[in-house]
Every structure is written in structure tokens, then in C-alpha cells.
Design a protein around this ligand. Structure first.
Ligand code: AMP
Length: 397
């Protein structure tokens, strides 16, 4: 696996695919610089080697149109401030203007290209568009994990034009290693904690990881499909009736593979799906009519804690309750605390995919786990066992 450390960028131009798809407020100010900060080490390494950096990214969904509100010019100043280097901007990402700006770039300088998705060719993975992008640099660096599952021109196709001069940036390399650690090289026992709303959105992940884990903790809305399938009364809890057979199948396969499955035994049930709803703790199999389970209960947490603290490798995807409402956030917060404890004792913990990352941020767990993945969809597809085109394109000779 070639990373940026395998190259010396002295006098070279790095064409770097970054993920600067950052949130902007109504005055076009960047409200969260996490993604820019995440790309910083890669960009600085290129400059410190004596090279220059051409940065390309998308912003929002302009769908092939030049939408001024989605111009990357809005973020130029913020990128300069985060990187500590004045960043140049060019109002195109291909064509004569972009080529001229790239050609004039000197060692130590950074050029930010205009939004790639102003061209529909980007998302189509157009070969000619990718060729034009490739003319802007000597070495292609992909550091955008969030788009690595897309076969777009700048994330995948462009790599074909750099048969021997292409590599992963630090951020992407870290993501790949973290996933490897959980899926292949992690110390046992390996525990996966899966939550979130639906079985249907997690089923491919479960299928793929059953071979790799020792414990499967199930929480969140998914719980009730499993409980109902086993004959429990779940009241009005969220349930996918058409996935009940699948749930039983999962339990059977897990048993055959020697994976211990841990489902909640008690839950905090509410009279309505509302922040101020009446609540009561009940047995997960005896949820009263018209009540719904919205968080895991204390007895469940005792068991989950024991399993997590005994794990050496932990994957967490999806909250175990409706954490957006304070009343139902306790289980998710506690899971974060147990993972923190396990990590302190030397376990490797990876949190990734969609809402678990917002939960981690909301409760300040990002520094308490080993790794928080930044790529929602890309992370989920990796856990599902898919080969991401953006990663394959760098690995291919
Ligand atoms: P996902 O994107 O699949 O990880 O789902 C995350 C969502 O699942 C969050 O918005 C949670 O509020 C929701 N969720 C978690 N537990 C429950 C539950 N018991 N009932 C309904 N929704 C839930």
C-alpha cells in the first residue's frame, strides 16, 4: 500500500483529492473545519518536502451547474487559516485557466481548484475530464475517504493517468488501517456494537462481519424486529415485520459461527415518540400496548458493559437509543463510556458510519476512542466487505 511517505515531493506538484465538502452558514462562513484540519498533515508534508499542492474537492450538490453559492472560493480564507499558508484559488478545475494557475505554482504554494461538481463529468467518472485534471499535477494523492466509494473522475478515474505516481494521503491511509484492524488483524475478542433504526440498513454489515467477530451487541430500533421475531411483545416499538425471518436467520448463523449475540433485556419505554413523553422501564419482551422502547435499560447495560470491557477490538456503528432526545440518550452515552474504558485498557476501538459519529461528537467521545471514521457511506461499504473503487484505483499497478 503506497502512502504519501513513499514519495519525496521536492520540486513536484501533488494533485490532491481532498474532502472539503464542509458546512457553510448563510454568510458562506465555514461552520465546521474538521475536514480541512483532517487533510492538513498530507498537505503540509508535500510543502515541507519542497513541493506544491493542487487541491481538488467537491462542495454540495451542484449537479453539473455553476452555482455561485457552492463555489469553493467561499472557503479559501478558512483553508488558508487552518493550513497557515495563503492559498491561491482558480475559478475552474480544468481548462486553460486552471492549467495556467497550476503551471505557475511554485514550491511551498497551494492552489485550490473550483468545485469539481460544477462539471457533470465528475460524477459520471468521465475519462477525458479525468485526463484534464491529471495534467495539473505530477503525483496523484487521494486523501478523501468520504468519497472513496464513488467511481468519480477525481476519486478513481484520474488515478489511471498516474500508473506509478499515485498514493494515499495520511487520512485515507489511517481509515484503511483502522478498518483492517477491525476486519482482519484485530486482537480477540472482537466485538461489534450495532444500533440505529433499522435491520434492513445494517443487514449487509452483519452478514459480512459474523465471520470476523466474537460478540455482536444489538441495540437501538433494530432490537424490536429481533424480539418480535422471537415471540416477544414490543408494543408500538419500531419494527420491520418483513425482516423478522432475516433476524432469526442472523441469530441462527451467529450461533453456527460461534458468535455470541447480546440483545437488550430491559428497555426504557415511552408513551410516545417525544422528548417529554412518560416513560417506564420494562422487560423487552413485555412492552405494553401503545408504548415503545426508545433506549436500553440498566440491566442490559450491565451485560453490555461486561462484554465491552472484556473486548480487545471494538467496532461501534449506530446509537442504541434515540440519543437526540435527552431522556433516551443514556444508553448511547454509557456505551461510549465503556468503549472509552476499554480503550484506556489497550483495546482498539473504531467508531464509524452515519449517526454514531454525530453521537460521538455530541457527547465528546472523539478523543476517547482509538479512531472515529470520517466517511459515512464509505465506512459502511467497507464494513459490508465491498472494495471501494477509490482505494482499488491506488492499489492497482
Ligand atoms: P442509523 O442511521 O441507522 O444509525 O440510525 C440512527 C437513528 O436511529 C437515530 O436517529 C436514532 O434516534 C434512531 N434510533 C435509535 N434507537 C431507536 C429506537 N429504539 N426507536 C426508534 N429510533 C431509534
Amino acid at each position: 500500500m503506497k502512502t504519501i511517505d513513499d514519495y519525496n515531493f521536492d520540486d513536484k506538484k501533488a494533485l490532491i483529492r481532498v474532502d472539503f465538502n464542509v458546512p457553510l452558514d448563510k454568510n458562506f462562513e465555514v461552520t465546521d473545519t474538521t475536514r480541512i484540519e483532517a487533510a492538513k498533515p498530507t498537505i503540509i508534508k508535500v510543502l515541507e518536502d519542497g513541493g506544491s499542492a493542487v487541491l481538488m474537492s467537491h462542495l454540495g450538490r451542484p449537479k453539473g451547474e455553476r452555482k455561485p453559492e457552492l463555489s469553493l472560493s467561499h472557503i479559501r480564507e478558512t483553508v488558508s487559516a487552518v493550513l497557515g499558508v495563503e492559498v491561491k484559488f482558480v475559478a475552474d478545475c480544468v481548462g486553460p485557466e486552471a492549467e495556467k494557475a497550476a503551471a505557475e505554482l511554485k514550491s511551498g504554494q497551494i492552489l485550490l481548484l473550483e468545485n469539481l461538481r460544477f462539471y457533470s463529468e465528475e460524477e459520471k467518472g468521465d475519462e477525458e475530464f479525468a485526463r484534464q485534471l491529471s495534467s495539473l499535477g505530477d503525483i496523484y494523492v487521494n486523501d478523501a475517504f468520504g468519497t472513496a466509494h464513488r467511481a468519480h473522475a477525481s476519486t478513481t478515474i484520474v488515478a489511471n493517468f498516474f500508473p506509478s505516481n499515485k498514493c494515499f494521503g495520511y487520512l485515507l491511509a489511517k481509515e484503511i488501517k483502522a478498518i483492517e484492524k477491525v476486519m482482519r488483524t484485530g486482537e480477540k475478542p472482537v466485538t461489534a456494537i450495532l444500533g440505529g433504526a433499522k435491520v434492513s440498513s445494517k443487514i449487509t454489515i452483519i452478514d459480512n462481519i459474523l465471520d470476523k467477530i466474537d460478540h455482536l451487541i444489538i441495540g437501538g430500533g433494530m432490537t424490536y424486529t429481533f424480539i418480535k421475531a422471537q415471540g416477544g411483545a414490543i408494543g408500538d416499538s419500531i419494527c420491520e415485520d418483513d425482516k423478522m425471518d432475516l433476524a432469526l436467520e442472523i441469530l441462527k448463523t451467529a450461533k453456527e459461527k460461534g458468535v455470541e449475540v447480546h440483545l437488550p433485556t430491559d428497555v426504557l419505554a415511552a408513551e410516545a415518540f417525544a422528548a417529554d413523553a412518560q416513560t417506564q422501564l420494562v422487560d423487552v419482551r413485555e412492552i405494553p400496548k401503545s408504548w415503545q422502547g426508545l433506549d436500553v435499560g440498566p440491566q442490559t447495560l450491565v451485560k453490555f458493559k461486561e462484554v465491552i470491557l472484556n473486548s480487545r477490538t471494538i467496532l461501534w456503528n449506530g446509537p442504541v437509543g434515540v440519543f437526540e432526545m435527552e431522556k433516551f440518550a443514556n444508553g448511547t452515552i454509557e456505551i461510549g463510556n465503556y468503549i472509552h474504558k476499554a480503550t484506556e485498557s489497550g483495546a482498539f476501538s473504531l467508531v464509524g458510519g452515519g449517526d454514531s459519529v454525530s453521537a460521538v461528537k455530541q457527547f465528546g467521545f472523539q478523543d476517547k476512542v482509538s479512531y472515529v471514521s470520517t466517511g459515512g457511506g464509505a465506512m459502511l461499504e467497507s464494513l459490508e466487505g465491498k472494495t471501494l473503487p477509490g482505494i482499488a484505483a491506488i492499489l492497482e499497478a
